[in-house]
Write a protein of this length. Structure first.
Length: 383
């Protein structure tokens, strides 16, 4: 026989009776996350809720990246054991104290990007500032105006000096083909006159991360038969003004250019001639092999040395060996599209070792000298 003593006992008995009469089978009770009828089962896991439409159609597995409890077990995303495997390849995006929070699947590339040979290929608008990584040909759409000044002593028997001013323009037609036009060079000393204009083209035929190989051709022609220096007289070579070495005759040369990238900081340039001709009477040519070593001291500064062998025509039997040094710096532009500017200074002896007169025996001749300065501005024109 059940006895109720006091007011507290009566309230407890009434509450227990009310709880025993609750049936968990309505939409409100089956979605509140509580065990309303005290049978240890919550919501759709309770037999009274199992037949309701939202319990019949509920997901049976957890979706691991939507921030919801899809399987109704009270655990969300990577906190749910069903997501353990998926979340092992995921990264947290909203971690909370005491929980793993919400996770986002990590996207894994199917394959790594292909290797590139030169830094400028990462962004076609860029031109590498580190000189050792620069390619033989400019990118398609790259326009490079250039200004060159040269001062040289070129006469062994007198204090005759030569001063030149040249303006040129190079444009990248394709990444592997560029064309250069050199306007008539202004000669300021020993008399004011114009020297030959010129056209030059470079076609890259082989490209590797370490070695590049190109074909080149250069043509200069006279605009005036007048010549105050002699008939004809070769002029010292400047790497910008080199196509105007003869002031009053047509000059053609072509051959191979090889560039070796020895790591990130060292570059070797080699020029091997195939044809060279000075269309004088008679036609003759000089065979010239050029060698240049460049060392980057950082992203904006470089130094180097140049030499080679010049075999004067027509017999090609008296080798001349030029020798010199150069240094340069790059001034970055305001954006990756440029413009950026190269400034370079070069000093050397156009004829350092040759068959020196009056004996004609091979020897060192440092009486000829040359100092040159040039500026180049790199601007990318394409959108």
């Amino acid at each position: 026989m059940l006895r109720v003593s006091g007011l507290f006992g009566l309230v407890t008995l009434l509450a227990a009776s009310a709880s025993a009469q609750v049936v968990e089978n309505t939409p409100s009770l089956c979605q509140n996350g509580e065990d309303d009828d005290g049978d240890g089962l919550v919501d759709c896991d309770d037999d009274g809720c199992a037949q309701l439409i939202f319990c019949v159609s509920r997901p049976t597995t957890e979706v691991c990246d939507n921030g919801g409890d899809d399987d109704g077990d009270g655990l969300v995303d990577c906190d749910d054991d069903d997501c353990r495997a998926a979340c092992s390849l995921s990264i947290p995006i909203d971690g909370q104290p005491g929980t793993r929070g919400i996770y986002q699947p990590r996207v894994v590339d199917e394959e790594p990007p292909p290797d590139v040979g030169f830094l400028e290929h990462d962004d076609p608008r860029r031109y590498p500032r580190r000189a050792a990584r620069r390619p033989q040909t400019y990118l398609r759409g790259m326009m490079v105006p250039q200004l060159g000044v040269a001062l040289a002593r070129y006469d062994r028997f007198s204090d005759r000096y030569l001063a030149q001013l040249g303006v040129g323009l190079t444009y990248g037609i394709f990444d592997f083909w560029q064309v250069t036009a050199l306007l008539p060079v202004l000669r300021m000393e020993p008399s004011v006159d114009f020297e030959n204009p010129a056209l030059s083209t470079t076609l890259r035929v082989f490209e590797h991360e370490v070695v590049e190989l190109s074909l080149y051709a250069n043509l200069s022609w006279p605009i005036d038969r007048a010549n105050t220096l002699g008939d004809p007289e070769p002029l010292p070579t400047h790497h910008l003004l080199a196509r105007s070495r003869f002031s009053n005759v047509t000059h053609l040369d072509g051959g191979f250019l090889m560039r070796i990238h020895a790591g990130e900081w060292v570059r070797l340039d080699v020029g091997l001639p195939l044809v060279t001709a000075v269309f004088d009477d008679p036609v003759r040519g000089d065979m010239t092999i050029d060698l240049r070593a460049l060392f980057s001291l950082g992203d904006h500064v470089w130094i180097g040395a140049f030499t080679g062998v010049v075999l004067p025509g027509p017999n090609l039997d008296t080798p001349n060996v030029p020798f010199g040094f150069f240094a340069g710096a790059t001034i970055p532009g305001p954006s990756s599209r440029g413009p950026l500017m190269d400034l370079a200074l070069r000093f050397g002896w156009p004829v350092f070792y040759d068959g020196a007169p009056p004996s004609g025996e091979p020897g060192v001749d440092a009486e000829f000298w040359q100092i040159t300065f040039d500026a180049r501005v790199f601007t990318y024109l394409l959108p």
